[in-house]
Design a binder for this molecule. Structure first.
Ligand SMILES: Cc1cc2nc3c(=O)[nH]c(=O)nc-3n(C[C@H](O)[C@H](O)[C@H](O)COP(=O)(O)OP(=O)(O)OC[C@H]3O[C@@H](n4cnc5c(N)ncnc54)[C@H](O)[C@@H]3O)c2cc1C
Length: 683
């Protein structure tokens, strides 16, 4: 069919693929006379979020893959990367390239919501038809929300009820077989080759404002705030030109490199090459590999998969980073897994523990985020997040604006948080997971459980917002809906309420691997300990420490806190918070009065300072010297198993049950010395 007169700007965002892309196919249905595949290297993502080097690398690899796939379909084309804020660039691009249609995949979550509201106005003002098409989730988020009566579906049951009338998700669509040329306005036809196109396109952008003209953004891409990735002395920005360095035409409109951002993966704690490589091709290969074994998806049961394996041997599908960036379509994953599982004759795992259940959890968080709005990322203003008197909460000024840089919180919690993010808590299971995350960008779901439970209501009583920030920096699959939602779940702030159930800091990991292989890999200083002590080396006699060549408190930190004591303090605090029934959007919380009221009314003890000395515990505290055999496990096996089942999609995940009653009496207020210190730092 002859091309129409449509000049289409196709804006890639969280759909970095060509297969099953309803928005891309919609754009091609317009039979474009000219087709511009665009990516905006948006400073709001790079500066406005905490993006660690692993995720940046994954994104760059995914973009490079999309670009290569476009070129494979049309040798005269590629992904056109422009560097700047879409709200500033789009009006110019629409005008200069004489665009008639702006097409993209719809995104209902987080920052995209505000950005796209502005883009809608821009298109309207430019007289350009905006076509946005659902495709990132199994069902359109807005449709699910409508069917849930406009109320956030807080349980798997309510989500399933809302989607039931919609039937099965759509089958995936094929990738296009060809892509039209990007034809520069005024040109008689397509450029002779890609280089000619890039040069001609660059010339159309002459005089367009960009950051180097206005001065680069005041945050340094390579600075410590961006994850401590500084490896060169100087400030680095990729925004000093609009279309990339032009010494080599090949690089015009090209994907930036880590190197051009002054980033060295190893210097920031990441592996030299990606453990999980980015891109559509890698995604499809990984899915195909899993589909080879029909039993894998048929018997997939999240609670039974092991968190004690390294990233390269993940027991779960490890598709989350690809799903997050849209390098693979969720419908493709759903149906390929479904079709593979059908070949399996044995018993299949039911929803929600099975693989489909996991994908539905993702949809659930997306819908809840969309219903809750921007407040979803914080406690304050968030109607679904229970209010707990966490340490290190987000600070606000008198107008309710987040204070940045964040003021320091109390000394004890700041030290604990630092030890947590550095993987130096003195609890090898926690430290190995924290270091695995920093190194590879991914840890298993139950590893995330262990970290999140420990940091919040398990032992440290630090706000889930801080935990979510840590994950935001390091996770390859960081997603504003799934991340904050899961942190709320694990901290018993929403979705899950069984606060008595706490993961043991040694016992949980041991369940999966008694030999502590993950610990030996990520905490090599502990590698020579016997299996008996690998999860609790502080309990090893001095002789055993010497034999292992690792003295606790010297070569590896002593535990930063007493697991049992802090667990019972935290349970008491949870109990008080549950009794108070306050939520983030309640008046008292918004007025800043909830914390004092909660602590006073319920006689909540201020947490004790670490019984370990400051700075990663240089001495072994007396309590930690007790022998392993004499120690009563901090979490009972039963508690852990029930928790595990529910937290990974088991029974209670489907019902918003009341919390179990604590069996123990809340401990009395703690030692006065520590109290004074806390009180002072919190004023
Ligand atoms: C504290 C915490 C923070 C998390 N932050 C994120 C995040 O930022 N982004 C993210 O994608 N997932 C997040 N998760 C959910 C989950 O841990 C990951 O999706 C999962 O581990 C990814 O590995 P996989 O692809 O092998 O998962 P699989 O078990 O193979 O599951 C398949 C897919 O289902 C989805 N999924 C599975 N479990 C969940 C879940 N609980 N919530 C939402 N989606 C799920 C993912 O898209 C995943 O790729 C978080 C979990 C916790 C406990």
């Amino acid at each position: 069919m002859a091309p129409s007169s449509a000049r289409v700007l196709y804006w890639f965002r969280t759909d970095l693929r060509l297969h099953d892309s309803p928005a891309l196919l919609k754009a091609l249905e317009l039979k474009p006379a000219a087709f511009f595949p665009l990516w905006c290297w948006d400073p709001s993502y790079i500066y406005g979020h905490r993006v660690g080097v692993n995720r940046l690398r994954f994104l760059l690899e995914s973009l490079a893959c999309v670009s290569a796939s476009i070129t494979a379909l049309n040798a005269r084309s590629q992904l056109l990367v422009v560097r700047g804020n879409p709200a500033e660039l789009l009006p110019e691009l629409l005008r200069r390239w004489q665009i008639t249609h702006l097409v993209f995949e719809k995104d209902d979550n987080g920052y995209a919501r505000t950005r796209d509201a502005a883009v809608r106005e821009i298109a309207k003002d430019a007289g350009v038809e905006l076509v946005d098409v659902d495709g990132h989730q199994l069902y359109p988020v807005s449709e699910v929300l409508k069917r849930a009566g406009g109320k956030a579906p807080m349980t798997m049951q309510s989500l399933q009820k809302a989607i039931a009338p919609l039937g099965e998700p759509a089958r995936p669509l094929d990738a296009p077989g060809a892509l039209p040329d990007a034809i520069v306005p005024g040109a008689k036809g397509a450029a002779k080759d890609r280089k000619a196109l890039l040069t001609a396109l660059r010339d159309t952008l002459d005089g367009m404002p960009h950051y180097s003209a206005k001065g680069p953004p005041d945050v340094d891409l390579n600075g410590p705030k961006q994850g401590g990735q500084r490896v060169k002395g100087e400030k680095v920005t990729v925004y000093d030109s609009l279309v990339g360095p032009d010494e080599d035409v090949e690089n015009l409109f090209g994907v930036p490199t880590l190197e051009s951002m002054g980033m060295d993966p190893e210097a920031s704690g990441a592996t030299k090459t990606a453990v999980v490589p980015g891109g559509e091709k890698a995604a499809l290969k990984r899915l195909a590999f899993r589909c080879k074994d029909p039993a894998y998806f048929a018997t997939f049961s999240k609670p039974k998969s092991s968190p004690a394996l390294d990233t390269s041997e993940a027991s779960t599908a490890l598709l989350s980073p690809y799903l997050k960036f849209g390098a693979i379509s969720c419908r493709r994953v759903w149906w390929d897994a479904h079709d593979a599982a059908r070949k399996y004759k044995g018993k299949h795992t039911p929803i929600p523990e099975n693989f489909k259940g996991q994908q539905l959890f993702n949809l659930m968080y997306s819908v809840v985020e969309s219903a809750t709005g921007d407040a979803y990322q914080h406690v304050r203003g968030n109607e679904i997040s229970r209010y707990m008197d966490w340490y290190l909460p987000t600070a606000y000024d008198k107008d309710g604006q987040v204070i940045l840089p964040r003021p320091r919180g109390d000394e004890v919690s700041e030290e604990r948080y630092e030890a947590f993010v550095q993987g130096r808590t003195g609890f090898p299971w926690i430290d190995a997971l924290s270091r695995q995350l920093r190194s590879t960008g991914w840890i298993h779901h139950l590893g995330r459980h262990s970290l999140a439970c420990f940091l919040t209501r398990g032992q440290c009583w630090i706000s889930w917002e801080r935990g979510a920030e840590f994950f935001e920096e390091l996770l390859l699959d960081w997603d504003p809906s799934a991340n904050a939602g899961n942190w709320m779940w694990l901290s018993c702030s929403a979705f899950f309420h069984q606060y008595m159930r706490v993961y043991g800091l040694a016992t949980f990991g041991q369940k999966y691997d008694k030999t502590g292989a993950l610990i030996r890999q990520y905490c090599p200083e502990l590698a020579k300990f016997d299996d008996k002590y690998i999860y609790s080396p502080h309990l090893a006699p001095m002789e055993a420490q010497k034999k292992a060549g690792c003295i606790i408190g010297q070569d590896y930190p002593a535990p930063i806190l007493d697991e049992k004591e802090e667990k019972s303090n935290c349970i008491a605090r949870c109990k008080a918070a549950f009794t108070a029934k306050l939520h983030g959007a309640d008046k008292e919380v918004l007025a800043g009065k909830a914390e004092a009221r909660l602590r006073k009314a319920h006689g909540i003890p201020d947490p004790k300072p670490s019984t370990a000395p400051k700075s990663a515990a240089s001495k072994v505290p007396a309590w930690a010297k007790a022998k392993a055999e004499k120690e009563e496990p901090a979490s009972t096996k039963k508690e852990e198993e029930e928790h595990l089942h529910e937290a990974a999609g088991g029974e209670s995940a489907t019902a918003d049950k009341q919390p179990a009653r604590p069996k123990r009496k809340a401990p009395a207020a703690s030692a006065s010395g520590s109290k004074g210190k806390r009180a002072k730092s919190e004023k």
